[in-house]
Design a binder for this molecule. Structure first.
Ligand code: SF4
Ligand code: SF4
Length: 205
């Protein structure tokens, strides 16, 4: 029928308009910024650096491997490696970033840095209110501005963060078991050496 599509469209509009007075699902707008739509797990904006524990510098997971810097398509990550080492997220001594900057005015939110990071150190944030009138320094975020705790990661991406937590816990347990085995072997070697010395002394007497 001629005009059937227009009538169907108008009926849908009317259904949404009147429905919005009685059903939350029909509300297409919220009173931002007082009201906000709930964030979905897959939402993403700019990257942030995850740290464990209370101290953001000690707990930063990044080991300054440069993989994300190399793979970032628009080259907006800048890293300088430390000269000393600190324990990483699983307890192994690793370098850390002395400098870690992201120029978010260039970042295109592609998430490649997240996908290539072997240490689960960089993740995508969902925060989006970053307007500034300082085009350069205001959008060049340093590691302090990029650092956010693992608890925050759990809040914004709960399913993904739980999988990362489980993998890190497994890795930590392996590293601890290896360290214990090495310590036990060392103690056994010292005990054996001490026993052999006392036998030699007894034989000489
Ligand atoms: S999200 Fe993409 S563009 Fe932005 S820092 Fe990561 S790799 Fe670079
Ligand atoms: S964020 Fe990940 S990939 Fe990038 S330097 Fe740090 S550890 Fe390497």
């Amino acid at each position: 029928m001629f005009g059937e599509g227009i009538l169907k469209g108008l009926a849908e509009t009317a259904r949404n308009f009147f429905g919005s007075y009685v059903s939350k699902d029909r509300l297409t707008t919220v009173q931002f910024p007082e009201q906000r739509l709930p964030q979905i797990e897959a939402a993403r904006n700019f990257p942030f650096l995850v740290y464990d524990g209370e101290d953001w510098q000690q707990g930063m997971r990044c080991v300054s491997c440069f993989i994300c810097e190399k793979e970032c398509p628009p080259k907006c990550i800048f890293i300088e490696k430390s000269t000393d080492k600190k324990p990483d997220a699983v307890g192994k001594p690793q370098f850390y970033p002395k400098v870690f900057n992201i120029d978010v005015s260039v970042c295109m939110s592609c998430q490649i840095c997240v996908e290539v990071c072997p240490f689960d150190a960089i993740k995508m944030d969902v925060a989006f209110e970053h307007s500034t009138n300082n085009r350069f320094a205001g959008l060049l975020w340093d590691k302090k501005e990029l650092a956010k705790p693992n608890e925050y990661y759990r809040q914004i991406h709960p399913i993904e963060a739980a999988a990362v937590d489980a993998a890190l816990a497994e890795e930590r347990a392996k590293v601890a078991a290896k360290a214990k085995a090495a310590a036990d072997a060392k103690a056994a070697a010292i005990a054996a050496a001490a026993a052999s010395t006392s036998v030699e002394v007894a034989t000489e007497k």
